[in-house]
Design a protein around this ligand. Structure first.
Ligand code: 13P
Length: 248
């Protein structure tokens, strides 16, 4: 599987700025895109506009969240089927900001991932420990609980992506050491393989203050097959340099 570099725009952008950023990204990543699969995840209302700009290019579009149901009385939620119809190929589920802001549990995240798969989307399932959990030495326990609870049992390696985002590294400028990243990614691969007979083809992304300056080292780390990028994905030149940092 090629490396995957995903840009999570979070709740940023206007219609005009999103179109401009997508257009700039298409122009800048043109050469770099050969090195990795690239996906942009704008706020849901901006998906059609970003998709219109990226259509026909190698850059894919994804959602930042989806509901567990295809349709119904769920005010404010987004159907995975609609995301697929709008041209999305991916959807982030279980981001720590959703777990924290909206009380999302592993069980809910797993149901969202299952709904995404059913709609033909590849879920990017996020896991990661908080600073307090890390300080208490609970990283391994938290990762085990989240991976076991959030990743659909029947999911095959090629159909899902798992993103390790230590909560304390998100938007803080702090990154985990490559030794820590390798250890957690190795644990995730082992957990995924258990009961599935293997983890070949599974992409495990690292996220949390990834930028051009640290991307090369992080992307060269054992068991790292891409990055989930927040702040740095809002800058076309910076994001392109991250894509170019994927090992050839
Ligand atoms: P930053 O890259 O801004 O730290 O955000 C990471 C993230 O949460 C991506 O989903």
């Amino acid at each position: 599987m090629p490396y995957l570099i995903a840009g999570n725009w979070k709740m940023n952008g206007t219609l005009a700025s999103a179109e401009a950023l997508a257009a700039e990204l298409i122009a800048t990543v043109r050469g770099a895109a050969a090195q990795a699969e690239v996906v942009l995840c704008p706020p849901a209302p901006l998906i059609p506009a970003v998709r219109a700009v990226t259509k026909g290019t190698a850059v894919a579009v994804g959602g930042q969240d989806c509901h567990t149901k295809e349709k119904g009385a769920h005010t404010g939620d987004v159907s995975p089927v609609l995301l697929a119809e709008l041209g999305c190929r991916f959807v982030i589920v279980g981001h720590s900001e959703r777990r924290a802001d909206h009380g999302e549990t592993d069980e809910l995240v797993r149901a969202k991932a299952e709904a995404a798969l059913k709609a033909g989307l590849t879920p990017i399932i996020c896991v990661g420990e908080t600073e307090a959990e890390r300080e208490r030495g609970e990283t391994t326990t938290v990762i085990a609980r989240q991976v076991t609870g959030s990743v659909p049992g029947g999911a095959t390696a090629e159909k899902v992506v798992i993103a390790y985002e230590p909560v304390w590294a998100i938007g803080t400028g702090k990154t985990a050491t490559t030794a820590d990243i390798a250890a957690v990614h190795g644990q995730i691969a082992t957990l995924f393989a258990a009961g599935r007979g293997g983890s070949d083809g599974l992409r495990i992304l690292y996220g949390g203050s990834v930028k051009a300056a640290n991307a090369k080292e992080i992307l060269a780390t054992n068991n790292v097959s891409g990055a989930l990028v927040g702040g740095a994905s809002l800058d076309a030149a910076e994001f392109s340099r991250i894509i170019e940092s994927c090992p050839r």
